[in-house]
Ligand binder design. Sequence first.
Ligand code: KIV
Length: 270
Amino acid sequence: MGIKNKMRVSVRIMKNKISRFIKKKNKSKIISLTAYSKNIASIIDKHCDLILVGDSLGSVLYNFTSTKKVTLDMMIEHSKSVRMGISKSLMIVDMPYNTYRNPKEALKNARKIVSQTKCDGVKLEGGKKIYKIIETLTKNKIPVMGHLGLLPQSAKNFKYKGKEKSERKVILRDAKLLEEVGVFSIVLECIESSLAKEITKSIKIPTIGIGASIHCDGQVLVTDDLIGLNKISARFVKKYANIEKHINDAVFKFKKEVIKTQFPQKKHTY
Ligand code: KIV
């Protein structure tokens, strides 16, 4: 098969995956989590509809105080690893800060992300300010996920959004605008509950909430937060496991056995 035909086939496969994802709205809740590596991705893949390689990796893995320091190369390398662990979920990659300042830059970088990581689409933060940029990507057949509410790449504070009437109007308008320019879904981060409900009812594409109430079509969390590997205390995080304790116990046992020369045994030795 020639390169052009191969590209056509992969665009068609991508389109089918995206349209199956959109059809989940009003049918079943959408499950989404982050992954930054193959091992985690392969565990969560069977449970998820969408796996996000989030730029939250900056704070979770690299201790950055802001996602602004995350680079395109970091996102691409982590995404290549994640790709190896996914067989069924939609894989979406965050475009990091300063990689989509204008349509030309965004298209060049989004194409680089898609071609090098084989992801199914990219996520960009923002509404009216970037809708021309998003339109350029969707017109060029790059699936885009939107992100509204609290926008970590540009936030001045980390307060929830939608308390003020004027702010609510802007976020609702932005959600409709993003739908118009062809995003296939929108992450709503830290949005007041009734606003999340209104947005979810007002658009035909799925909303995925993080700190945005039960009214969203689906939920997303940072996996490291959910499994208790990342020390974070935020209202919207629920810790479902304490992996830190399991790692501690295993490492302690290993150390004890090495000291007592109980490990390695004959069966571990050549
Ligand atoms: O970067 C990220 O992980 C995200 C999710 C929290 C939605 O954007």
